[in-house]
Design a protein around this ligand. Structure first.
Ligand code: NPQ
Ligand code: MG
Length: 368
């Protein structure tokens, strides 16, 4: 099919509850939505770059620039038969994985629609539901944190991830573990620690955590390998893994025993699937990370998480956890067994609501 037109939509949406990590507190979330028009069909993708370079170096502005000036021109007016055609056209651009993912994933959607099959089938997934959990941010007090965790456990989440940072770690995990002895629990340091904090990790090692996510420097694998050697709990890398090569390097030196795969961070569904396959060969479990996506990005995450080695619950929560009002329907809900069902309609299986999109749109660009 020929790509006739591509649109960018910069949106800013109100979060249902402010989200705080080791890099700050946010009440709204901005992202870029990408639309690809081909053969009378419309595909959607989400570029998960944030308003500032806190989680990664990419921002809305760099994503807009790289998409408009470099990535879109490589595919506009061109024939595309498979997602690999797009990946090859992007090979002249270095870095900027979230920008690439926004456009590549929109092409996956439109190609799957053209084939009349759901995205998860196009990716090779087998399951119609996937295990999910919830990521709970830092709160002002331990009481408020326990209240949030209780609310999510009451809603049916069987796996809870706590954001930690120095001064908000061992005592928080201890309090949650004392109250919920059996909940599947994991923590995420978002690179707020160094190897000098070994005593903290040795203390965390006693709480039967599923994993400790990205405790050290955001681009490191060497220190993480040292840390993993001293811990019983699996170290899981998030920020440090930008590509299938990074995944291989990390596994080769023993930097982690689990990998969090985020479609944006690794540059699209093709690379995400390659990392999944590599980890599968090495016997390393993976799970699907989250970036406070809209229902568009969430549908892509769910499709990815149907691949067989996504054995740990993903950061894929119900729509109500994220936004007061989403720009696409239907909303995703949690099943009784802490799973989420995967859409069965062609492509992503979500419909964008034009009025909602216009209400939150800050900027619009069309290339044709
Ligand atoms: C993580 N996500 O696993 C990320 C961090 C994160 C669900 O914990 C705006 C931009 C908000 C980037 C919130 C979760 C964000 C963000 C959280 C990244 O590390
Ligand atoms: Mg993380």
């Amino acid at each position: 099919m020929r790509i006739e037109r591509v649109e960018l939509h910069h949106v800013e949406m109100q979060l249902a509850h402010p989200f705080e990590t080791s890099f700050g507190r946010q009440a709204t979330r901005s992202c870029i939505l990408v639309t690809v028009h081909a053969d009378g069909l419309t595909g959607w993708g989400e570029c998960t770059a944030d308003s500032g370079p806190w989680y990664s170096y990419e921002t809305i502005e760099t994503g807009w620039h790289i998409l408009r000036d470099f990535l879109i021109p490589t595919v506009l007016g061109e024939e595309v038969e498979t997602p690999d055609n797009v990946v090859q056209r992007f090979s002249s651009v270095r870095g900027h994985p979230m920008a690439r993912a926004g456009l590549e994933n929109a092409v996956w959607d439109v190609l799957a629609q053209a084939q009349g099959r759901p995205l998860y089938r196009a990716l090779g997934g087998q399951r119609d539901r996937v295990p999910v959990g919830v990521s709970v941010g830092v709160e002002a007090t331990l009481e408020e944190l326990l209240g949030q965790v209780e609310r999510y456990i009451d809603l049916g989440y069987g796996r809870v991830k706590l954001k930690i940072k120095p001064g908000w770690d061992v005592q928080v995990v201890r309090a949650v573990r004392e109250r919920w002895a059996d909940v599947a629990l994991q923590v995420d340091g978002n690179s707020a620690y160094t190897l000098a904090d070994i005593a903290t990790f040795q203390a965390l090692d006693q709480f039967d955590l599923l994993l400790i996510e990205q405790p050290l420097h955001h681009d490191d694998i060497v220190d993480h390998a040292q840390l993993q050697a001293q811990l019983g709990t699996p170290v899981c890398l998030d920020e440090s893994i930008h590509s299938p090569e990074h995944a291989r390097w990390a596994l080769d030196i023993g930097a982690c025993r689990v990998i969090n795969i985020k479609v944006g961070r690794v540059g699209g569904l093709t690379a995400a699937k390659q990392i999944h396959d590599l980890c599968s060969e090495r016997g390393v479990p993976v799970w699907c990370g989250g970036m406070l996506e809209t229902n568009i990005g969430r549908a892509a995450n769910l499709a990815l998480a149907t691949l067989p080695n996504f054995t740990l619950p993903g950061d894929i929560s119900a729509s109500a956890r994220y936004y007061r009002e989403d720009i696409a329907e239907p909303d995703f809900v949690l099943n009784d067994d802490s799973t989420m069902s995967v859409p069965d309609d062609p492509g992503l299986g979500v419909r964008v609501l034009p009025e909602q999109l216009h209400a939150v749109r800050q900027r619009h660009y069309t290339a044709s």
